[in-house]
Every structure is written in C-alpha cells, then in structure tokens.
Design a binder for this molecule. Sequence first.
Ligand code: SIN
Ligand code: MN
Length: 277
Amino acid sequence: MELTTQQIKQYRDNGYLLIRNLFSPAEVAVMLNEMGKVIQEDCPRRILEKNGAVRSFFAPESGSEIFNSVIRSGRLVAPAMQLIGEEVYLHQSKINSKYAMVGDWWEWHQDYTFWKQDDGMPEPDVLTAMIFLNDVNEFNGPMLMIPGSHKSGVLDGGERNLQESEESWFTKYRNSTSYMSALTSDLKYTLSQQAVMHWAERNGIVSGTGPKGTVLFFHGNLFHASSNNLSPWDRHTFLISYNSVRNTLPVLDNPRPEFIASRNFEPLPVAVAETVL
Ligand code: SIN
Ligand code: MN
C-alpha cells in the first residue's frame, strides 16, 4: 500500500491523514470480537475510567495473534514509513474503548510530550495510526485535531498540578504507580488553554470521523483531544504508534514498563503480504 504524493503533502501540511475503509467491515468485526476477549483480563495493562469502565488496554498484541498481525500489516507499516521517511518499529499500542454513554474525554495534548518527558524519545519522528473499530461520527467522541498544530514543535507546559480529593478511589488509583497519571483521564501533561486557543483561532478544529475500518494517521506533535461519548454508540479504536528506527529510546534509570514504551527497536518488515484476518 503506497501513499500518493498528495496524501504525503496533506500529512505534512495538516499533521494528520485520514484514509477511509483501509480495513474491511469483516476484518473490523474480527478485531472487535478479539477486543471483547482481550480486555476481560484484569492486569496492569488495563486502564479504567473514573466510572469503572475500561478506558484503554495496552499492548493487546501480547497474547493476540490478531492484533499482532494488524500491527505488522503492510497497510499500516508502509504508510508509516513513507510519512516518517525511515524504517519504523513499534513504540506503543493500545485499544481505547470509549463506550456509549460512559466513555470519558481526552484533554488537549501532544503525544510526543509524554514520550519525550517520560521515555526520553529524542525527536518527534513518530506517528500513530488509529483504526476505527466502530463508525465514528460527530456524537460518539471523535478525535478533535487542530490542523497544522504539529508545526508548533513540542510545548512543554510541565506536569499539571491537580487539586484532588485524597479520598476518591480514582485519586488513589491514579497515584497507584509512577506511570498511571499519564494514562488515566486527567492527563499528566496537557496543553495550555492559551496554546489551544491560539492555534484553533488560526487553523480551526477538525474532527476525525468515518466508517469503521477507517485509519487516522497523526503526527506526534499534533494537538488533539476528544469529548465524552454521550451517544448511544460505542467508539472503540486500536492505536498503534510507530517510531523511526533512528529515534530509539535512551537507557533510563527508571524506564516506564515495556507495555507503555517498547524497547524492542527491531524494524518492522516492509513487505508483509497483506494479512487477511
Ligand atoms: C489519544 O490521545 O491517545 C487518543 C484519544 C482518543 O482516543 O480520542
Ligand atoms: Mn494522544
């Protein structure tokens, strides 16, 4: 699967590229069914919402041939390589389940802030491919993006200081490990209101909608967020972050767990025969 010059230009200009129907409805049905099984496991890779619903499940491919082959699909790896301009390896993968009526928001942030601050990633030569496992519309919490905001570079606002009630179970959960506050609702690093307003007034905001099987590729520095899912329709997605093999993580004293920041820097093969799930 090769991107056109125009698609590459769109990504460079806007910081994202949306490709509809990259996976078929039948393939998505297989992924959705697998997700239902995978997220049953009560383990550190499973992250909860304030209301107790599953919010994310990291590295679902460990123990799932299906998610493993999706990550290695030429339909994702080849475009990731074209957009990054280098061979790539898998930095992180996660399911973001956003259930009808209960799925919580994602505040405005840049992904690379987390990877720079917490993992020491040298450069923002990294992108994420978000596969829509349901139809995504304006009501079920689509990704909101500010086109061109990736050109701002990374804005380091520092870690936020939340005024929290010590009593709430969520506060205790959020503080239960050194890495949890980067994964739960009330993100550890958010963009300042001023930065979001400045860029939104300049370039507007777009939402990433499309039928199930659509893939949204977005740059590590793109400003993005999403709202609660107040609709009766689930918005589940599978997100795979590909990093340049020239941008690997340094040795750290206290690295985050492998399931959040992989240190297997092996390049993903380019020409994998198309996987039929
Ligand atoms: C993310 O920021 O990683 C995903 C946001 C979303 O699921 O809407
Ligand atoms: Mn993000």
